[in-house]
Design a binder for this molecule. Sequence first.
Ligand code: KE4
Length: 433
Amino acid sequence: MITIKSEELFKESEKHIPGGVNSPVRAGKAVGVTPLIIRRADKAHIFDEDGNEFIDFVGSYGPMILGHNNPIVKKAIVEALEDSLSFGAPTKKELEMAILVKELLPSIEMLRMVNSGTEATMSAIRLARGYTGRDKIVKFSGNYHGHGDSLLVQAGSGIATQGISSSSGVPNSIIENTLVLNYNDTEQLETLFKISGKDIAAVIVEVISGNMGVVPGKFDFMKRLREITKEYGVILIVDEVMTGFRVNIGGAQKLYEIEGDLICLGKIIGGGMPIGAFGGKKEIMEKLAPVGEVYQAGTLSGNPIAITAGLTTLNYLKDNPKVYLYLEELGERLENGINLLIEKYKIKAIVNRVGSMMTLFFTDIRVTNFSEAKTSDEKVFARFYKEMLISGIYFPPSQYEAFFLSNEHTMSDIDKTLICIENAFKKINIDTL
Ligand code: KE4
């Protein structure tokens, strides 16, 4: 694989952009690979500046559920461009988006658009604190909710990859109000609430985690979390930035039949354009300026072009429910194929999957929380990652990220991927002999 142009361009980028990237996980530090400079993508394939072609399982870390270059989304954006890019004023499209999201996610009575998942979670935390008058928040180790100060504690995703337990630059006065529990640990949850329940403003949770790798929430844990937050008047913030419209048109809330008080959205809601959103109960949301006294704002919030991309994507998913059946078929084929290969080559690895998001952990124990995820052999993952890249398979460059499938992946893409995985397992086996 020739990567001359990528190497030259990345070397230059490192002089002008910290680490050469605009988001740390892309730097590939955890796998020891110089990032490829991507030129374009189409359907389920991505192409770098040297013309190498890959089957794409990153999908921009979630948004590209309809695949790249979707003609319907593209046409809608081109038409919207005729009316200019941004006004800084209310538009009909924002209203359409709010009504559609409320229809798809009944737990949302009112919605506020922002420009990223981080803005959504950061704003939801501030709103919960403003509504309850309490300061403490609870998150779970391995859950990542973006880079808002209160939430950069024992986070997953890029933090897990970087091995940073919390970021520098965040004052202790902020962190001391953030309590961290083990994911899926009901006993610890009960104990904390007995001691501090009445001081907690909010619990924020990924009902299906995607940022320590894919780790589904246990049903009884999530049910108890919803009950105990209600008992203590604590706002339950369900972070569906990754799972919203991904695992089901109704998100993880639908699969788990629980309703958060506030819900955070991102990724798919923007269809590939920068969008986040948060919403929930009317009585809470109306605490937001200009109605209430919790301030939150954004120059490009509800940007008409971004909304067009998101609205077109969500309407397509709503009108074509068979997309989720197809994504399940693809995911099942890939998961079953990998499990057969793990068995055949006696590889220390397990697969966690929910629908079209999945992770191959190089460990031989069940992964139900962050400490179990961290038993994975990151060196073997790095070896696996490199072998797959050389074979034309583009996975996220971290053991603690999810692979994503799209409506444009084909069964032959899956079968080709499984052949590449088999070759990688053979080489890993030789290494570990
Ligand atoms: P953004 O600010 O990156 O749009 O969203 C933050 C966020 C919030 N909540 C959840 C559950 C998320 O997964 C994310 C962002 N996810 C990571 C991928 N694990 C984004 C990739 C990156 O940081 O480059």
